[in-house]
Ligand binder design. Structure first.
Ligand code: NAD
Ligand code: UDP
Length: 312
């Protein structure tokens, strides 16, 4: 199969690229490396089935490419740390960038398009766990709004193209994902806590640490994205992909300390505006429609992640 992955040099994108290369698919990556890194694909650099194009999805001329069986759009900065410095880039990638890809998708007659949306479309949710039918609780002008509203606009755009052109378009709502190839300094909870723990620094808990997240290991995420792309007759579907094992941030800090045998302390820092208090996916739709569910439990995934960062 011929696969296009925009954002294919990022954390999730590089795993997805390697997953498809392992199936002998031909993969084209379009990435401007704003938050990703070519080094994430270093192990595949001599693979003849991989083509890497350094370009911004906002202005790249996709019509220079041939049609694809699957197009995955993962190109967007995604860490809360980027919500201030890269706010305009996030908004552009999820509007102009996605529109550019969708126009190519339609004109080239490529087969299936998957967009990587996010649990952030639910904002600071008032319903728990979050089902796909929940409309969300989002501050349209807060510091997270570039990302939340960017992704909400992107979903609206996907559905407008789906309704107008009747093309095979699918939306993955990705929940917090972790694993090797996360950036050490991207500011997310797992990369921060693991690196703090293995370097004997204090683990920085924002707020009181009672807020929750449900962490999905990256190989499960990649299998989920692949299932969304390849399961028959799922055009127009919006599907949560994540792990429903919900933990408080304090619990996550404790587990990481224990698994890395760290003596680090926990220190409390101020929490940013609109940080969601509870987040947990309802994944019954993915289980029913895709026959997918996560396989890697939290301890197993964290051990692999700790090993990765120790060996960096
Ligand atoms: P990442 O930052 O590691 O990867 C994003 C990739 O996109 C990077 O390689 C970056 O250089 C590239 N990129 C960004 N803007 C671009 C542009 N305009 N043109 C070309 N390339 C561009 O982030 P990630 O965690 O791998 O996230 C991938 C996707 O999954 C994102 O769309 C993100 O919103 C979504 N997502 C991730 C998570 C998570 O927990 N990691 C959760 C929800 C949604
Ligand atoms: N967090 C924390 N300490 C850190 C990094 C993050 O307490 O060093 C908290 C953050 O406030 C949030 C949760 O961990 O409540 C998850 O944050 P992350 O940036 O990983 O992703 P989010 O789910 O907020 O997009």
């Amino acid at each position: 199969m011929k696969i296009l992955i925009t954002g294919g040099a990022g954390f999730i994108g590089s795993h997805l690229t390697k997953f498809h290369l392992a199936k002998n698919d031909e993969v084209t990556v379009v990435d401007n490396f704003i938050t990703g890194n070519k080094k994430n694909l270093e192990s595949e650099i001599n693979n003849k089935n991989l083509k890497i194009i350094e370009a911004d999805i906002v202005n790249f001329n996709f019509s220079t490419l041939l049609p694809f069986d699957i197009i995955y759009d993962l190109a967007s900065p995604a860490s809360p740390k980027d919500f201030i410095n890269l706010s305009i880039e996030i908004l552009k990638a999820n509007s102009l960038g996605l529109m550019n890809i969708l126009d190519f998708f339609v004109k080239s007659n490529s087969k299936t398009m998957v967009f990587s949306s996010t649990s952030e479309v639910y904002g600071d949710p008032l319903e728990h766990p979050q089902k796909e039918s929940y409309f969300g609780h989002v501050n349209p002008v807060g510091i997270r709004s570039c990302y939340d509203e960017g992704k909400r606009f992107a979903e609206a755009l996907m559905m407008a193209y789906f309704r107008k052109y009747n093309k095979d378009i699918r939306i993955a709502r990705i929940f917090n994902t972790y694993g090797p190839y996360m950036k050490r300094d991207d500011g997310r909870v797992v990369s921060n806590f693991v690196n703090q723990a293995i370097n004997n620094q204090s683990l920085t808990v924002y707020g009181n640490g009672f807020q929750t997240r449900s962490l999905c290991y990256v190989s499960d995420m990649v299998e989920g994205l692949h299932s969304i792309a390849t399961t028959q007759n799922r055009a127009g579907e919006i599907i949560n992909i994540g792990n429903s094992n919900e933990k408080t941030i304090l619990e996550i800090a404790d587990i990481i300390k224990k698994l890395s045998r760290s003596q680090s302390k926990v220190v409390f820092k101020t929490i940013d505006q609109d940080d969601p208090k509870r987040r947990c996916p309802d994944i019954s739709k993915a289980k029913n429609l895709l026959n997918w569910k996560p396989k890697i439990n939290l301890e197993e995934g964290l051990i692999k992640t700790i090993e990765y960062f120790k060996n960096l």
